[in-house]
Design a protein around this ligand. Structure first.
Ligand code: PLP
Ligand code: COI
Length: 341
């Protein structure tokens, strides 16, 4: 297979149009057959529910080339399940979970020339999403929906690769108690745009949000979960009903306990406890594991012992092990790699 002529090692995280995408439409109470198309644009009513009332949700996962030349995806069944949860909360029809995985496989296979080679540090990012497509003017769910998956080759989400990030404690909230913070609804990201632009303007890489109920506990950032490492090498991560259940974080907790023999704790983490930790990292499909060097709380700097030049030692072990499993150089738990080619 001829790969596309791309400088894979210098890719950032931006959209590059690839050859094929998957589309299925829901009308009169059922999904059509669905299939691949070349058409990268969408035409719909000016009054489409997604345009008026943001009825949309999405997923994110990656395809990789392994050390032995296979193309694989990481745990797509969990993305299928989480998207089903998002759809139920957003009053959208569930796209059947097995069909979701098949559609991912079809999309990657059709864009195999866009899957970055092993060792490039890049991957093929897949963006499944669904939206209400028919005209809705009174506030209610759409009757017609489209499910799509496009693929785009990406490099690191944060510029600078593994250089530790500086976060700030945001004065804005991300998710309300009993709201939609636990699902991947587009609206969660729309309302974070003001805060992210403001953070960048103030010189920070990202916002860390507190629970909006009490503004006491650490939640997550705009696009990734958070993990901390204690001075005695325990992995601690926030437990909250208003954060996205990250597939990367769930996988890392398993890796920490089962592969590295580390103790793991999922619990409420007060902001006041953060200075006690030795290391901090953001985790997610796009973020992979991005080290955090510093969190700034209204001018007060919380600096992690791991510093501002490299990943902390425990974070690095977690990163190497997860990467190894994704790249097929470390044997992963049963079912974690979906082989595509
Ligand atoms: N939290 C938020 C708000 C996200 O957008 C993402 C990205 O998907 C994550 C966490 C990480 O989730 P995952 O590891 O499943 O990609
Ligand atoms: C992902 O990690 O897949 C996400 O959806 C996060 C987004 C901010 C790019």
């Amino acid at each position: 297979m001829n790969k596309k002529d791309i400088d894979w090692s210098n890719l950032g995280f931006s959209y590059i149009q690839t050859d094929k995408r998957y589309v299925a439409n829901y009308k009169n109470g059922k999904w059509d057959e669905g299939g691949l198309t070349d058409k990268a644009t969408i035409e719909m009513s000016e009054c489409a529910c997604v345009l008026q009332y943001a009825q949309t949700c999405f997923e994110g996962l990656k395809a990789y080339t392994t050390a032995d030349g296979r193309i694989v995806c990481f745990r797509p069944d969990l993305n299928a399940k989480r998207m089903a949860d998002s759809c139920r909360r957003m009053k959208m029809p569930v796209f059947p979970e097995e069909k979701f995985v098949e559609a991912v496989i079809e999309t990657v296979r059709a864009n195999a020339e866009w899957v970055p080679p092993y060792g490039s540090g890049a991957s093929l990012y897949l963006r499944p999403f669904m939206f209400g497509s028919d005209a809705i003017i009174g506030v209610k769910p759409a009757n017609e929906f489209q499910f799509r998956i496009f693929a785009t080759p990406v490099g690191p989400y944060f510029k600078g690769g593994v250089k530790p990030l500086t976060l700030r404690v945001s004065d804005f909230d991300r998710a309300a108690p009993r709201g939609t913070g636990h699902i991947k609804a587009g609206l969660n990201y729309a309302m974070s745009l003001y805060a992210i632009v403001d953070a960048h303007e103030q010189g920070y890489d990202e916002n860390v949000y507190l629970d909006s109920g009490s503004r006491t506990y650490i939640e997550e950032t705009g696009g990734a979960n958070i993990i901390f490492v204690t001075k005695d090498n325990k992995i601690v991560t926030p437990k909250s009903d208003t954060i996205l259940p990250s597939i990367t974080r769930r996988s890392l907790l398993h890796v920490a306990a089962e592969y590295l023999g580390l103790e793991v704790e999922e619990r409420e983490i007060p902001l006041s406890e953060v200075p006690e930790f030795a290391e901090c990292g953001l985790c997610g499909t796009a973020a992979v594991i991005s080290p955090v060097g510093k969190i700034v709380d209204h001018g007060k700097e919380i600096c992690f012992a791991s510093g501002m030049t490299e990943m902390g030692p425990v974070t690095k072990k977690l990163y190497d092990t997860l990467r190894g499993i994704q790249m097929g150089t470390i044997e992963g738990p049963e079912g974690w790699l979906q082989v595509i080619v």
